[in-house]
Design a protein. Structure first.
Length: 152
């Protein structure tokens, strides 16, 4: 059983962290935040870029889980399909709310997504390396999202 993470998914997964890191960097550095606002706009810096991009990734991951659901049939398939749409539904409600806790909700969503990854892994629907990659990426996402709580 090969558990090595293939280069393409690993590199693309890590590259997909860029907007989360950018958001964290702009939160931590006011000069970079101002530069980003001027050149990119308010929606492409800080928590806003993390929330917007996080919504895209949560929806994307719903699609990935849907794809894994195709590997099974009958009741198991129905349950997996139902579970696969939860991240997209959750993030829809997240971005539709006026709450000031969107980052916290997004963090909870990524933790919940990791639980779904574990379920699909345990059901033998994912590649053998899937959970290792997803756990590492999720930890980095959570680290980036938590930066705002470490700032004065």
């Amino acid at each position: 059983m090969n558990k090595a993470i293939p280069n393409a998914p690993l590199l693309l997964g890590l590259a997909g962290l860029a907007p989360f890191f950018w958001g964290a960097l702009t939160l931590a550095n006011t000069g970079l935040m101002e530069w980003g606002k001027i050149w990119l706009g308010n929606n492409f810096v800080g928590a806003q870029v993390q929330i917007s991009y996080g919504a895209v990734i949560m929806s994307f991951m719903s699609g990935v889980l849907w794809g894994f659901s195709t590997k099974t049939t009958q009741l198991k398939a129905a349950i997996c399909y139902a579970l696969s749409v939860l991240p997209a539904l959750a993030v829809f409600f997240l971005i539709s709310t006026n709450s000031d806790n969107k980052i916290e909700f997004l963090m909870a969503g990524f933790c919940s997504l990791l639980v779904l990854d574990l379920i699909f892994f345990k059901l033998d629907l994912t590649p053998t390396w899937w959970l290792r990659m997803r756990a590492g990426i999720t930890c980095l996402v959570l680290l980036c999202l938590s930066v705002q709580f470490a700032l004065p």
